[in-house]
Write a protein of this length. Structure first.
Length: 78
């Protein structure tokens, strides 16, 4: 990914190094998902690397969601 101009404080535009897709405000999750799943010109090893990152982030989000669900019922017996 190529970091572009600052759009707002701490937020930059981005361009894919492989297919040249442009995002006005590039967020890391979106850019990683693009390389893992959508970019047809991305090399397989790079795509696999970002697929692992995306999978790890999804697992972390699911774990945090489960933790939040448990905190909704503090007296619940498990």
């Amino acid at each position: 990914m190529i970091q572009g101009n600052m759009q707002s404080r701490g937020h930059y535009s981005a361009t894919c190094s492989y297919c040249r897709q442009y995002w006005r405000q590039g967020r890391s999750q979106v850019l990683s998902a693009h390389l893992a799943n959508h970019c047809k010109k991305c090399p397989d090893d790079v795509s696999l690397y970002f697929a692992k990152i995306v999978r790890k982030n999804l697992a972390k989000e699911e774990e945090e969601s489960a933790d939040e669900d448990e905190s909704d019922y503090p007296n619940k017996r498990v």
